[in-house]
Design a protein around this ligand. Structure first.
Ligand SMILES: [Mn+2]
Length: 423
């Protein structure tokens, strides 16, 4: 195959050239003329595969000097924040300026501590930010489904360049470089990139902060390494050489906010337990307190004999669309949160699933739509009751505690009296 014919595999070819250029001592010059780069041995696990970091390098190299936006989910967690920081540092070696932007809230105290202690610069999206200034968008720890920046970036004509994530494949957007793997954390993937191609240095305070953030991310995503897999341990092992233990414990020792405690308390009060599932609807939750929902689900899971906990509430914010937000946590090995939520809650009119997840955790988001808005107390109470009943019903049906039945069976034709008097 001639070099020109090889151009159809454009990215691979340029990858070989760029890698050769970037590491002259490593790659023999002759490799530039090879139709395809030789697959590299993955030293860690031994299987022959082209290392994703080479493709990432090639992709970023083709975009030198640009300005990119990293879109992280609306409620950024340590994994998103740390991985975005890693991407920012990697991209900087190609002269690419990266802004890390989120369109929601950082409400979890631990995450605020992470951002403050590690001096991470995150931009909160506001409409005065001109998105068209970015030449490309990067989706990290998400695939565009958990950030409202996706549609804004599309409208501004900013094309996705990179997706790095560990959730189930969503298929909403396509990028030039995509690395979606079933590992414990996106931070695991970024730590691998660093280990293989962008080595950290112990005496560089920026590197120490990054390693600390990534380590914290891997720990929180794997429940303190309990559900970590080999690749997570490998990454954590690499990072451990650079981590600042004092900083890490400062982040971990942050206390919960009073409102998070209140919501956990409410979840305890409202929970119903069926077949080792604990389900709690907590009513209206302020937008800023949204992160208390997964915390409450985590807490419900600590009760004995409970293997799965689901907590949900209606999130309200002035001028924003109202949504039911829910979190699922499970320790049941055979329960796949993604499948569970997708089949329990189904899809919206546009065909998108209301929920999804990864290993041992999942979430869902159901728009309130026509019933949106804050009116009198009666209205608010009825609205919650209806949604609460509906979500509960779908979950219980899925669990198999109640039988699913067509909703119309409860509707009587006009004039037919009810079988028993209404309560
Ligand atoms: Mn993650």
């Amino acid at each position: 195959m001639s070099r020109d014919k090889g151009a159809t595999a454009g990215r691979d070819k340029s990858g070989a050239e760029k890698v050769a250029a970037a590491a002259p001592g490593v790659a023999p010059a002759v490799e530039t003329d090879a139709p395809r780069p030789e697959p590299h041995l993955n030293g860690a696990s031994g299987h022959q595969e082209r290392r994703p970091v080479l493709d990432l390098k090639a992709t970023l190299d083709a975009h030198r000097g640009e300005r990119h936006i990293v879109a992280i989910q609306n409620f950024p967690d340590p994994d998103a924040i740390a991985s975005a920081l890693a991407h920012q540092m990697i991209a900087a070696t190609f002269g690419i300026t990266v802004d890390i932007v989120y369109d929601g809230f950082i409400s979890h105290q631990e995450n605020l501590a992470l951002v403050q202690l590690l001096q991470i610069e995150l931009l909160h999206y506001d409409p005065t930010i001109d998105l068209s200034q970015y030449q490309a968008s990067i989706f990290i720890d998400n695939q565009g489904t958990t950030t409202t920046l996706t549609s804004k970036l599309r409208e501004a004509g900013v094309k996705p360049l990179v997706i790095v994530d560990h959730h189930e494949r969503q298929g909403l957007i396509e990028a030039v470089f995509t690395d979606i793997r079933k590992v414990g954390a996106t931070a695991t993937i970024y730590a691998e990139y660093l280990r293989e191609a962008f080595p950290l240095e112990k005496n560089n305070p920026q590197h120490v902060r990054l390693a600390t953030a990534l380590m914290h991310a891997i720990r929180t995503e794997t429940n303190g390494m309990i559900r970590a897999r080999e690749s997570d341990f490998q990454s954590a092992g690499y990072l451990s050489q650079f981590v600042d233990a004092t900083l890490l414990s400062e982040i971990l020792n942050v206390k919960r906010s009073k409102r998070a405690i209140d919501i956990i308390n409410l979840a305890l009060e409202k929970r119903i337990v069926r077949d080792n599932y604990s389900i709690a609807g907590v009513g209206y939750v302020r937008y800023e307190d949204r992160d208390a929902i997964p915390q409450a689900a985590d807490f419900l899971l600590t009760e004995e004999n409970i293997h799965t906990a689901v907590v949900y509430g209606i999130i309200t914010k002035e001028g924003e669309r109202e949504v039911i937000i829910g979190s699922l946590r499970t320790s049941k090995v055979t329960l796949n949160p993604d499948q569970f939520l997708k089949s329990a809650l189904g899809r919206d009119a546009a065909g998108n699933y209301y929920g999804g997840g990864k290993h041992e955790a999942g979430g869902f988001e159901i728009p309130i739509g026509f019933l949106s808005g804050t009116y009198d107390e009666d209205f608010m109470r009825s609205k919650w009751k209806i949604y609460d009943a509906m979500v509960k019903r779908k979950l219980l049906e899925k669990i198999g505690v109640i039988e699913s039945q067509p909703t119309t069976s409860a509707i009587r034709p006009p004039g037919v009296p009810p079988e028993r008097p209404e309560e």
